[in-house]
Design a binder for this molecule. Structure first.
Ligand code: PLP
Length: 422
């Protein structure tokens, strides 16, 4: 540290203070947002390194700038590790995030106006699978499949019927809020029948796939897109895996089709995350994420809560608040004040509006990174249930005293589980 180059604390105390505050918030709350995690210190270090200063448009061995002595081998390492981790023929590690990765997939394989199919947002799909407000629903004709009304599971008969009727160029299989295992092989059969590309989006379950507790889509799909920051526990970023036949089209779509220079610091951090995810300890982690989700789902149901599909196979679950006629938004907000962080979410066939839906989405990836085990999920479920009961009792407006008392208990409970990276 010098006078000309002061540390953040000196250079910008306001921002420094806010970052410290966020560290504290993450340390002292029960983080159940299903898309979030705690990246390791190694991943965070690389994310903030000098690699961020370098421009590197192009790909290893074929760049538009000089000074690639470090960036080329670095990106090659990230690519090789991604390919090995998922058993893929080709990997592109440059997508800035999950949404641009999906747009790159469409740019590579479809023409504007082509028909695509994806799981609808209210049924647990993602915006970028053709939802009307997304570029993927504006520039492409989008047909959305849903879940069965009886059991809220994906209905392959419906997917097949829609595929035969609309003859899509590409079918998405993936979700942001679906608590059950995806049948990639079943989707692959349908895609083959209508001669469509099959694109998996494993943004949520990538860590479970890497850890061997969710089927791997790579053998069944033409392309697989993902984020690196959810269950995979890497830096904020995206990833595309594909067969050799599509490698050129995918690379061209990412750059120069959609993006400029890759974020090299994130490339390094992704490479670290791929290495971490290849360790036996990550297999244990992924198994524990799922075991914790099961234990939490069981305990919530024992406490009287209704879960969409009656449970979970993966890291996430959805509480259906409609039997108690509670607002998802008010409930999520009040729980946040109590130190329990989760998000309001639509449930299938929701009678409330998307901005104030009937569901709560919870996931166990972050808590598991802190070392919590299935035995601790009972405590977590009890705290949630107590919070929800109080919210129901006072119609959302929990008192400051109640919130403070809960926050104190949460903080005490978490004291034995240090958060990685902080
Ligand atoms: C989170 C998510 C994305 C988007 O990722 P961002 O990094 O937020 O752009 C895409 N697809 C699915 C299925 C997701 O869950």
């Amino acid at each position: 540290m010098t006078e000309r180059d002061p540390s953040l604390a000196v250079a910008d105390p306001e921002i420094h203070e806010l970052i410290l505050e966020e560290d504290q918030r993450q340390r002292h709350s029960i983080r159940l947002i299903a898309s979030e995690n705690y990246a390791s210190r190694a991943v965070l270090e690389a994310s903030a390194s000098s690699l961020a200063n370098k421009y590197a448009e192009g790909y290893p061995g074929k760049r538009y700038y000089e000074g690639m002595q470090v960036i080329d081998p670095l990106e090659r390492l990230a690519i090789d590790r991604a390919k090995a981790l998922f058993g893929a023929e080709h990997a592109n590690v440059q997508p800035y995030s999950g949404s641009p990765a999906n747009l790159a997939v469409l740019l590579a394989l479809c023409k504007p106006g082509d028909t695509t199919m994806g799981l609808s947002l209210p049924a647990g799909g993602h915006l970028t699978h053709g939802w009307k407000v997304s570029a993927t629903g504006i520039y492409y004709k989008s047909v959305q499949y849903g879940v069965r009304e009886t059991d809220h599971r994906i209905d392959l008969d419906q997917v097949r019927a829609l595929a035969k009727e609309h003859r899509p160029k590409l079918i998405w299989v993936g979700h942001s809020a679906y608590p059950r295992t995806l049948d990639f092989a079943g989707f692959a059969e349908i895609a083959a029948e209508v001669d469509a590309y099959l694109a998996a989006d494993i943004a949520h379950v990538a860590g479970l796939v890497a850890g061997g507790v969710h089927p791997n889509p790579v053998p069944h799909c033409h392309v697989v897109a993902s984020t690196t920051h959810k269950t995979l526990r890497g830096p904020r970023g995206g990833l595309i895996l594909c067969r050799k036949a599509h490698a050129k089209a995918i690379d061209k779509a990412v750059f120069p089709g959609l993006q400029g220079g890759p974020h090299n610091a994130m490339t390094a951090a992704k490479a670290i995350a791929f290495k971490e995810a290849a360790q036996p300890s990550f297999r244990d982690y992924a198994e524990r994420v799922v075991a914790n989700a099961r234990a939490l789902a069981d305990a919530l149901q024992e406490a009287g809560h209704t879960l969409v599909t009656g449970g979970t196979d993966n890291h996430l679950m959805l509480i259906d608040l409609s039997p108690r006629e509670l607002s998802g938004r008010k409930t999520a907000h009040a729980l946040d004040r109590c130190g329990i962080e989760l998000n309001a979410n639509s449930i299938p066939f929701d009678k409330r509006k998307p901005f104030d839906p009937s569901g709560l989405r919870l996931g166990t990836a972050a808590l598991t990174s802190r070392g919590l085990e299935p035995a601790h999920m009972k405590t977590v479920a009890t705290m949630i249930a107590r919070g929800v009961d109080e919210i129901a009792r006072c119609e959302g407006a929990v008192s400051d005293e109640f919130a403070d008392r809960m926050r104190g208990e949460v903080s005490e409970f978490l004291a034995d589980f240090p958060a990685p990276g902080l």
